[in-house]
Ligand binder design. Structure first.
Ligand SMILES: [Zn+2]
Length: 254
């Protein structure tokens, strides 16, 4: 991920400054759609070519990267925020194939992030219960009631009742979480009014044994990002991991 780019507001051209030790650097010309590899003094040449133009140096905001596909897919499109210290910009990075260098497009706009879905791993939980709760096995109806109660509570509290794990995933719009202390307590209270005391104890023990990162009681959070372009707030793209695809809502792309 590049840290910095130089952007000419008049031409829309941008020049990517990678870590100085990690040449090469790339220049993108929106007129010809050409990306060219630059020599070490490329940034000087870029500034020379765009002298008397409005030039800005933009720094990437690393926490704001949203991809249309998995990080491992080469032809994904990524959006991230960048700033010149005063204003915020959106940088769109794309390429069609692994052979092509990335193209960068810079524009003013906003990225609006929201929760798309909250889920539990029902199938994995059933399997784990069959494996762990054997003496005696929990009746099927009780397993399904446990799943129903848990999912209902998780969806009702959404991300405000969750403790999101810091671990990154293969897609920046997917995160894992668990219930926070207050909501976990509320879940156990619901067990009390739905199960006999012995089942409550076993279910609570099962929950507590399986809530760390990577365990079956983890909650799957999916987000969607809406990318809007100024000045008319045109929606350029809605990025969501649910289908691993993007929906383009307008022809606003130049
Ligand atoms: Zn220029």
């Amino acid at each position: 991920m590049p840290d910095k780019l130089i952007y000419c507001e008049d031409c829309g051209a941008c020049y990517l400054l990678t870590d100085l030790d990690q040449a090469p650097e790339y220049e993108y010309d929106p007129q010809t759609e050409q990306v060219t590899e630059q020599s070490a003094d490329g940034s000087f040449l870029f500034q020379l070519r765009h002298r008397h133009h409005r030039i800005k140096e933009l720094h990437m905001v690393k926490a704001t990267v949203f991809c249309t596909k998995r990080l491992s897919e080469v032809n994904r499109t990524a959006y991230f925020m960048a700033t010149d210290g005063l204003d915020s910009y959106i940088v769109k990075r794309s390429r069609q194939s692994a052979e092509e260098p990335f193209r960068y497009e810079v524009f003013r706009g906003s990225i609006d992030i929201g929760v798309l879905s909250v889920d539990i791993l029902a199938e994995e939980i059933r399997r784990q219960m069959a494996h762990q709760l054997t003496d005696p096995p929990l009746p099927k109806a009780s397993v399904e009631l446990f799943l129903e109660i848990t999912l209902e509570l998780v969806r009702a509290v959404s991300d405000s009742g969750l403790e999101i794990f810091p671990q990154e995933t293969s897609n920046p719009l997917i995160r894992w979480a668990r219930l926070n202390d207050k909501i976990r307590f509320r879940l156990f209270e619901r067990f009390l009014s739905n199960f006999p005391p012995e089942d409550c104890r076993r279910l609570r023990a099962f929950y507590e044994a399986n809530e760390d990162f990577g365990d079956v009681m983890n909650i799957l959070l999916k987000y969607r990002a809406i990318v809007r372009r100024e000045p008319d707030e045109t929606i350029m793209e809605v990025v969501s991991p649910s289908t691993e695809q993007t929906v383009v809502y307008s022809n606003a792309l130049p």
